[in-house]
Design a protein. Structure first.
Length: 363
């Protein structure tokens, strides 16, 4: 989704500049063609291994003893993400890290959605925030630079210009898997800067209501952590979420769109073994559904913003810079349309995999 060119960030719009899919197979092909890498900040638990080893003198006093969930709420209460000192120099300074603003930063991972579970595990938390890439770029986000991958001259330039970005890697300590980027100093933000937030699956309903009560963040989109760690659980719970609330799902439609309707909670009682088996049988379709959920959350706001901008440009219709606006307008709701089709298709497969009790034992 996010293309990186010379450390500048762009949303990849290839799929928005082609004709809207006309069949379910074309929907699947489109989803498969989209890379799903975004920038995430996963909120650390004070019990995670990073903080147990490196947190002393680095974490805000009012913040360091809060649980991951309390930290998550505090971020929205203050509309601020706090920078803390990190980088190669953290253990090499003769002053307390908290006093060295030159190496204070906020960290993000630029990773595929399938990789985010590793970050949940490392941070001991399933709370996170995904900001829009242009907001991060305008705040100066840059990739971490590893000393051993750069020439001595460039190493010195990095120390002179961007010491907050410098890291080292060795056989004993290698965090390059995090694909880390950093923004120097604190980040202040508004609702419009946030693509979506991530909360544990069993806290999703709670946060739908919680955000509705936050005057400045009432319209924040809330995604379940199951999208990233358990697509089959995401599928089963998705229609029942308070912000979706599908009472019934139509499956096996005929040419007129008529078919069988089943209750959204029909498969809540699948056993762990059944969920694992279904996940293996339909891994590809489940991953497409998870990916499309993320695309839907991220893309609608971007296309809305673009179309609002072009509507204000005099003569945009004849300007070659904007000659794809019509296609983007047609594609704007495609992820939402695809989401409906993916749910129906997968629930049909669930029905075939484990027919409901009333069908297996009608009497």
């Amino acid at each position: 989704m996010i293309a990186v060119k010379n450390n500048n960030l762009f949303y990849n719009t290839e799929h928005l500049r082609t004709s809207k899919p006309k069949s379910f197979d074309e929907v699947l092909e489109r989803i498969d063609s989209i890379e799903c890498q975004l920038f995430y900040n996963i909120i650390s638990s004070p019990d995670c291994r990073y903080e147990k080893k490196f947190a002393e003198g680095r974490i805000q006093e009012h913040y360091k003893h809060l649980s991951a969930e309390e930290r998550f709420k505090n971020i929205f209460a203050e509309s601020t993400m706090y920078a803390n000192p990190k980088s190669y120099f953290v253990n090499k300074l003769n002053v307390a890290p908290k006093d060295c603003d030159d190496i204070k930063s906020v960290s993000f991972t630029h990773c595929d959605y399938k990789d985010l579970k590793s970050h949940f595990d490392a941070r001991g938390s399933e709370y996170g925030i995904c900001f829009f890439h242009d907001f991060l770029q305008n705040n100066g986000i840059r990739p971490v630079e590893y000393l051993h991958l750069n020439s001595p001259d460039l190493q010195k330039q990095l120390v002179f210009n961007s010491p907050h970005l410098i890291e080292v890697s060795s056989a004993m300590y290698d965090m390059s898997w995090e694909k880390e980027w950093r923004i120097k100093n604190n980040i202040n933000f508004t609702q419009n800067d946030i693509a979506f937030v991530i909360v544990p699956g069993d806290r999703h309903s709670y946060y739908v209501e919680w955000f509705r009560e936050q005057d400045d963040f009432q319209e924040v989109q809330i995604l379940s952590s199951n999208i990233f760690k358990s697509p089959v659980d995401h599928l089963i719970q998705y229609p029942q979420q308070d912000d979706n609330n599908w009472r019934q799902i139509g499956i096996f439609p005929d040419q007129n769109g008529n078919g069988l309707k089943i209750d959204a909670d029909e498969f809540n009682n699948l056993t762990k073994a059944e969920r694992i088996k279904f996940a293996k049988l339909h891994e590809g379709d489940l991953n497409r559904f998870a990916k499309n959920t993320i695309i839907s959350a991220y893309e609608f706001a971007l296309t809305t913003r673009y179309l609002r901008f072009t509507s204000k440009i005099s003569g945009a219709g004849s300007n070659p810079l904007f000659n794809e606006s019509k296609l983007i307008l047609e594609n704007r709701t495609e992820p939402e349309d695809a989401q409906r089709d993916l749910v129906k298709n997968l629930f049909g497969k669930l029905f075939e995999f484990r027919p409901p009790a009333w069908l297996r034992d009608p009497f």
